[in-house]
Ligand binder design. Structure first.
Ligand SMILES: [Fe+2]
Length: 343
């Protein structure tokens, strides 16, 4: 039922695009660190609407940045696309992106989700959540990431390695808010509260809640959302069983930590006008819906529809994305996590 809503909307997007038979509308080359089939369908929709062919070169973000640098003025790259704010900041620092004027992008994407220099913007976002067992009820005194270090949660928390960018990015955000000393005490407190040594991916953390192995899990929103979208009864049962806490929502608090997928115009883009057209296309409600919900992420534009499973998880206020700050503090955050034994 939920699934059908999205598929219907997605088909409408693909089918409703007018067939364009322009022979010389040209092409664009996307250098993308994302690997989702739904992204490809979206690029096809762009081609149908504009006649512009889309070629995708996939790779890891840092390798793509290096490749664009090495190719220099001869690079075919028009648009760089990746996940993780710190990696977008790294691309900006590496000098491979260029600013451009677009009232469409500026008007549709909130300023908090755009680079202050206009070098990139977010296409979608995901929140880092605390999850619990609804059958046991929402734990008292657990409203902030900082609360995870409280001794009352001894032996309850499951999380993946601190070396994974999702946790390092979260720790960098705590570090920017609380400073080094408090962050180290926090990391030691979380490690003292672990139910088991860090292992597996985000899904493995909340999947271990029903058996009682883990009482609390730290995981990204879209992983749970994917269970909410699934047609399988057992996935639906797990989705209903897991409760979510959007941390740091109190008045004056900084908001829930989010990370983003985003992209920008490559400085040496040979197909600059087409590339800007593509970036603007990504802000349309239909593209937003298809791109974000392909992976069950949150769209960034206000009028893009939200999947019912995501809506059911609740509304929240996000911490403003500070990509450059996060990139800056990531090495220190990683050191702190490692000293604390969050391996
Ligand atoms: Fe992921």
């Amino acid at each position: 039922m939920l699934r059908r809503t999205v598929l219907a909307a997605f088909s409408a997007l693909v089918l409703a695009a007018p067939a364009v038979h322009a022979q010389n509308a040209g092409e664009i080359n996307l250098y993308s660190a994302r690997h989702y089939d739904t992204d490809r369908q979206l690029y096809d929709a762009f081609t149908q609407e504009t006649g512009i062919r889309v070629r995708v070169i996939e790779g890891q973000a840092d390798q793509l940045i290096e490749r664009i640098r090495n190719e220099g003025a001869n690079s075919p790259a028009d648009v760089f696309l990746t996940v993780d704010a710190a990696r977008l900041a790294r691309a900006a620092q590496a000098g491979i992106l260029a600013p451009y004027q677009s009232q469409t992008v500026d008007g549709r994407v909130p300023a908090a989700l755009r680079d202050p220099q206009g070098l990139w913007f977010a296409f979608s976002q995901r929140a880092r959540l605390i999850m619990y067992d609804r059958e046991k009820g929402r734990p008292e005194g657990l409203n902030r990431y900082e609360d995870l270090a409280d001794p009352r949660f001894r032996g309850m928390i499951c999380t993946r390695s601190g070396a994974h960018p999702y946790n390092t990015s979260l720790a960098a955000s705590v570090l920017m808010a609380d400073g080094a000393e408090k962050t180290e005490a926090w990391a030691r407190g979380v490690v003292a509260n672990l139910a088991r040594p860090p292992q597996g991916g985000d899904r493995d953390q909340f999947r271990a809640i029903p058996s009682g192995q883990c009482s609390l899990a730290i995981a990204n929103s879209y992983y749970l959302g994917q269970f909410g979208r699934s047609d399988k009864p057992e996935d639906q049962a797990l989705f209903r069983r897991i409760g979510v806490i959007f941390p740091n929502q109190g008045e004056g608090d900084r908001g829930t930590h989010v990370n983003i997928s985003g992209g920008g115009l490559v400085r040496t883009a040979p197909n600059r006008a087409n590339a800007i057209r593509f970036l603007e296309f990504m802000t349309t409600p239909k593209a937003q819906e298809a791109f974000a919900l392909g992976n069950m992420e949150y769209p960034v534009v206000e009028d893009a529809p939200l999947h019912p499973a995501l809506a059911a998880m609740g509304k929240f206020r996000a911490e403003p994305v500070n990509a450059a700050g996060n990139l800056d503090r990531t090495p220190e955050a990683l050191q702190i996590l490692q000293r604390a034994g969050w391996n």
